[in-house]
Design a protein around this ligand. Sequence first.
Ligand SMILES: N[C@@H](CCC(=O)N[C@@H](CS)C(=O)NCC(=O)O)C(=O)O
Length: 248
Amino acid sequence: MSPTSVLPTVTRASSEVLAEAAKGTDSTFQLLYFPLHGRGELVRNLLAYSGAQWEELALDWPAQKPKTPFQVAPVVYEHTASGSVLQLAESNAIERYLARKYNLIGSNIWEENLINQYYHNAEGLIQAFALRVVGAAPEARIDEANRFYTEVLSKFVSIHEEHLKQNGDNGHYVGKSTTLADLKVVQTLDRILLLVPKGGVPVPVSKELTPSLWKVKEAVEDNASYASWKKSQRSQDLNANTRARFQF
Ligand SMILES: N[C@@H](CCC(=O)N[C@@H](CS)C(=O)NCC(=O)O)C(=O)O
């Protein structure tokens, strides 16, 4: 069945509905977002990594926009087993909700703090990349990318390699399992590796140059349902669309 563009009718988030959503990992999800990585990709990755059942709603943005909570996407609709529908908005809030639901936010307040720390540090990197490289005029892009790699990215990776070593170089930022921090950093580096201008210097991120970060990437990619999502035609199309949209 092809996906619908009709947004589901949302249920009031009563305590009964929330209690069901909080305990159940058997909800299914619909994501409303554009056919790009953007602010939708980490949501997709979290759903895939968690093995959740999810689909993307077909896009009819002019009709859908006024019905979303803030008139922007992404929006996620969670369908609980008993048929209630919760509406989730704001990418960061959606990511944290899914991370908590699927036990990817640490086992105590300190671990959650560390995860948030790494999350926001990676967010700073992707914002800098968007501003300096993606946003550069086409004729200045190679120079801007080279400057970004040497001035910003090299520093980021060397600091993060050190943090990862302090956690035992076990392929995880916090504790011994994958968390939102790992997924966020992997998604950030994947975006930078996807959008490499032709003719620039090599990106200073690889198995050889950044072995501890690479272990985090491999640990995430080792998850069968995440790996199968990344191999899917939809995921390949999103890569191609993202490159084309920003003329890489
Ligand atoms: N703070 C919001 C920002 C969402 C946002 O700006 N979404 C853009 C796409 S990345 C959008 O919906 N643009 C279409 C529009 O404004 O009509 C979030 O992180 O979810």
